[in-house]
Design a protein around this ligand. Structure first.
Ligand SMILES: O=P(O)(O)OC[C@H]1O[C@H](OP(=O)(O)OP(=O)(O)O)[C@H](O)[C@@H]1O
Ligand SMILES: Nc1nc2[nH]cnc2c(=O)[nH]1
Length: 179
């Protein structure tokens, strides 16, 4: 699969080192509390799995599946709930885990939803942030890496459901999605 990459943006080692640091920051932030850590499917799965192992305080996990993209690389601007949480968020400290923030539409929808459901606090940790893609004002509380305005894949991020299982993050060669 490495042959499909124009460039490797983040190596497995860089990602894992950053996750250790983020895990320590989350431990510090939520020590003595019992946050509800919400993974946004499917992209956040590898990040969430590694991140929670780097956190040294009690936490509960749950997942939400929302969809804002079709099969293309362009945002449709629509957000719909595909799978809701099993857990009540009222009174909870919610930490949303994302693989990437691009337009910000997915997250701004989720943040408003959890506030409406009376969460005690809502924070966001994202592995990747693409600030140039933003359509709404949104700054994550914790960020792994800022990435350029390019379509990236790997470590949860897909192109047509492929490449999620890469341990690194890269930019595809144009011929891969053109062909
Ligand atoms: O900031 P935005 O422009 O809203 O984009 C970010 C969202 O897009 C991706 O999910 P996607 O809807 O592609 O689903 P997936 O995680 O199942 O691939 C990503 O995982 C974020 O949830
Ligand atoms: N795979 C992938 N999904 C995204 N969703 C929003 N931005 C991106 C991106 O750069 N890559």
């Amino acid at each position: 699969m490495k042959n499909d990459m124009k460039e490797i943006l983040l190596t497995e080692e860089q990602i894992q080192q950053k996750i250790k640091e983020l895990g320590q920051a989350i431990t510090k932030e939520y020590e003595g509390r019992f946050p509800l850590v919400v993974g946004v499917l499917k992209g956040a799965l590898p990040f969430m799995a590694d991140l929670i192992k780097a956190v040294d305080t009690h936490l509960e996990i749950d997942f939400m599946d929302v969809s804002s993209y079709g099969k293309s690389t362009v945002s449709s601007g629509e957000v719909k709930i595909v799978k809701d949480l099993d857990t009540k968020v009222e009174g909870r400290d919610v930490l949303i885990v994302e693989d990437i923030i691009d337009s910000g539409l997915t997250l701004s929808y989720l943040i408003e939803l959890f506030k409406y459901r009376k969460a005690k606090s809502v924070k966001v940790v994202t592995l990747l942030d693409k600030p140039e893609g933003r359509k709404v004002d949104l700054v994550p509380d914790m960020t792994g890496f800022v990435v350029p305005d390019e379509f990236v894949v790997g470590y949860g991020l897909d192109f047509a459901e492929r490449y999620r299982n890469l341990p690194y993050v890269g930019i595809l060669k144009p011929e891969v999605y053109e062909g």
